[in-house]
Each structure stands twice: as C-alpha cells, then as structure tokens.
Design a protein around this ligand. Structure first.
Ligand code: ZN
Length: 426
C-alpha cells in the first residue's frame, strides 16, 4: 500500500525538521518533499499536526499488563513476592491476552517498537505478529534452580531465537533476568547466544541498592565490574534501570558503547531512591534510552510522559533546569534505541522503515510554533497521538484499531485480572 502524509510538520531527533509531504511505499519512506504530486491509495492530511519517528519502549514486561493495579503501594519485598506468586501460575492464554492489551495501549501512545523481558516470548511473539508492532523480545534467563519455566531457560531461549531470528517484526534475544537471579554460567551462556546469533542482550541492572550490596558481599565487585570481569559487557549490552552506578562503572559502560534504559516512573513508584546518573552516562558515551517497565510498576505505557519525568527528575535533583533538555529526551525515545537494535528506523528519512506517529497538537500543545519538540516532551502525552504506522501499515487511526476487536481483548483481560484478584485474596 502507498500512504501520502500531506503538509506535515516533521520532527527529527537529528534536528533535520521539515514542513512538507511524506510518501510511504510498502514498508519504506520513499520520498520526503515540500509537495509530492504522486497519488497514493491512502492520504492523510497532516496540516497542523506533528509527525515523529516511532517511539521505542526499551524496557517492559508486556504480558503483565493485565495485572495493572494489583501491585500498588506495596513494600518492595511484597511487590516481588506477589509477582513471583502470580507469574508462576500463568497460562499461555493469560500471557497472550495481557500482551495484546499492552501492545494496543503502546500503539495508542505512538510506540511502534518495544523490548520485552519475560518467559514464554513465543506466545508474546504471536500477539506481536497478529497486531503488527515491532517486538524485540528477550527470553528471560533465570537460574534453573529457581525458575518457574518448564525446561532449561537457556535451551528455551536458544529455541526461541532459532525459531524467530528471521522474522520481519520479531527480533528474539537472550535476556538474563539480573545478577541476583542468574549464575556466572547463565550469564556466559546468554552472552554466547548474543555473539553466536549476532543479537543484542538485555538484563536488569542496578535497579535498587539491595541487589548491588548483595553482589558486593558475594563477589566483592559491583554489578558492572562483575559483568565486565566475566566478559558480558559489550556494545550489544542493554542494561535496564542503571540507578545505582558509580562513575567508574559508567566509564566502563561508555568504553564499550553499552546501552542503558532509564525507567524513571517505575523507579519512583517503587521508591528505589536516588536517580539514574544520565548526565554522566552521556558524558562518557553510554547510549541512553527510555522504558516504561511493566504496567505493574509504572501503571501506564506512555513513553512521552516517561520522558518528561526523566527530564524533570534530573533537573530537580541537580538543581539545574538546563539538564537533559527536551531534544535529548526525544533522542532517547527514537534514534538511540536503533544504535543498538541496528535497524533503519528512528528518523523520518528517505529509505528508512516506515515506523512513525502523527500527533494532534490539541489544546495542551498549542501554541508550539518553533518549539515543537519542547511542546511534545513538556506538554504532550500519548493522548495526542492520532495515527501510529508500523512497517508501512496504519495500525492505529483516530482512536481505532483496524480489524481488532478491542472490546473482546478488554473483556478477556478483565476476567483474567479478576481471577488474579481472588488468588491474591485467598
Ligand atoms: Zn523490569
């Protein structure tokens, strides 16, 4: 299909902003010009609207979306225990419907790709494929002594990678759960999969004080020192959170060109304390991106709002209003993810894959002429998104999803959620 987007205000994270028409042919942005006369099957009038590259949510557990609200205002230990209790009893159906709900929410917020960390990613891949979002799906590797997965998590991850590695929308990858839930051998096996199949790998990293101190006690090393020591840090390494990092750890991550996912809303809601040292990461060459984390710890999957919080948190803690400006946040959510994901996405540019969002400025973003990126980050939200296009397909259009029974998805998830509620209360 061909799509023509007319009279758009195009915002790019590389500063190459432009007013004009965009032509999408198949899954590629084939032309950008002030005026394109060529006809298209589908024409979107984008006058007074903003067109941005698709937003990438770099850390979530999407299948947990149907547990939203069941983890609020709990002590961290109780939060983890409840997660473990519910996770260990889930059926494929529950995972599938939860993933679908989360994917729809992300699309409605202009998110065109996400990185997941969970078990049963083959089920999540089914939901990704049916709806048409881009999924970077990390199969959770947890030590086999404590995992609730059937079989050996490393073998499961390898099988998943073998089955999906040539898929158009799904990129499978290994995802060790964290230094506290894996052994050195598990981490090395994950790294070996990442090397053998030339894939990124993701894991939780230094999210809270306890996991850092526990490792220091056990290994006499902080997490990044430990991971570097066994050879796991590389330019394919994606650490989620990175709240408790020393300057020396940041320099190590920068030396390898590693990626960190900042999840400020989740961190604040869980009371992790402190704040992730983004400015130092940028200074020493760490690739910074953004994530919502799951709907059990951030309660919404809106990365525009997450970006706003990320910026305000740095400004506030550092007593420096110039810290992490809007344009930097815009890079975190669009172009930076693709430095490690290695796909031609993240810019509205000829020859790039057609993953983009079109936003209505609405009352909350007007006036914005000449400072649209600031308006997007500081005033906007996912609710301004009017169209979301992934791989050249319009998946979300003015509040509607083509060919998807949203009511059915909600109904199924409410039932699952009610079942969890009675499990918690029993
Ligand atoms: Zn997480």
């Amino acid at each position: 299909m061909q799509i023509k987007i007319r009279d758009a205000t195009i915002l790019n994270p590389d500063g190459n902003n432009f007013k004009g028409d965009i032509y999408i042919d198949g899954n590629i942005i084939s032309e950008i010009k002030q005026k394109i006369s060529q006809e298209a099957e589908y024409v979107i009038d984008a006058s007074n609207k903003l067109v941005i590259p698709g937003i990438v949510n770099m850390h979530t557990h999407i299948a947990m979306t149907n547990m939203r609200g069941l983890f609020d205002d709990l002590k961290f230990d109780a939060f983890l225990n409840r997660g473990f209790m519910l996770d260990s009893n889930r059926t494929d159906e529950e995972i599938y419907w939860g993933a679908k709900l989360g994917i729809l929410e992300m699309l409605s917020n202009g998110i065109t790709a996400f990185m997941d960390l969970y078990y049963s990613e083959d089920i999540i891949a089914r939901a990704v494929n049916e709806i048409g979002i881009r999924g970077f799906l990390g199969w959770a590797i947890v030590n086999k002594e404590i995992t609730t997965q059937k079989g050996d998590p490393i073998k499961n991850a390898e099988n998943f990678i073998r089955n999906f590695r040539n898929h158009e929308l799904v990129t499978p990858l290994p995802a060790p759960h964290g230094v506290y839930s894996t052994t050195r051998d598990d981490l090395l096996a994950a790294k070996e999969l990442s090397d053998r199949f030339d894939l990124p790998m993701t894991m939780h990293l230094s999210e809270n004080k306890k996991e850092v101190y526990d490792l220091v006690k056990k290994e006499k090393k902080r997490p990044v020192e430990y991971l570097e020591g066994i050879g796991v840090i590389s330019d394919k390494f994606i650490g989620a959170h990175g709240v408790y990092l020393t300057l020396s750890e940041i320099k190590t991550l920068g030396k390898y060109g590693a990626t960190i996912v900042n999840n400020p809303v989740s961190n604040m809601k869980l009371g992790n304390g402190n704040f992730s040292p983004i400015l130092e990461m940028l200074q020493y060459g760490v690739n910074v991106t953004l994530g919502t984390d799951s709907a059990t710890s951030s309660n919404h999957l809106d990365l525009i709002e997450t970006g706003r919080v990320a910026s305000y948190l740095q400004k506030n803690y550092r007593e420096e209003p110039t810290a992490v400006p809007a344009v930097e946040i815009f890079k975190f959510m669009t172009i930076n993810p693709y430095k490690v994901l290695k796909k031609k996405v993240g810019l509205i540019k000829e020859g790039y894959l057609a993953d983009l969002a079109i936003l209505n400025k609405g009352l909350n973003m007007e006036p914005s002429e000449g400072h649209e990126i600031e308006s997007l980050i500081y005033s906007g939200s996912g609710r301004n998104v009017q169209y979301t296009i992934v791989n050249g397909k319009i998946l979300y259009e003015e509040g509607k999803f083509k060919g998807i029974d949203v009511e059915e998805i909600i109904k199924k998830n409410v039932k699952i959620y009610n079942n969890y509620k009675s499990l918690i209360n029993s």
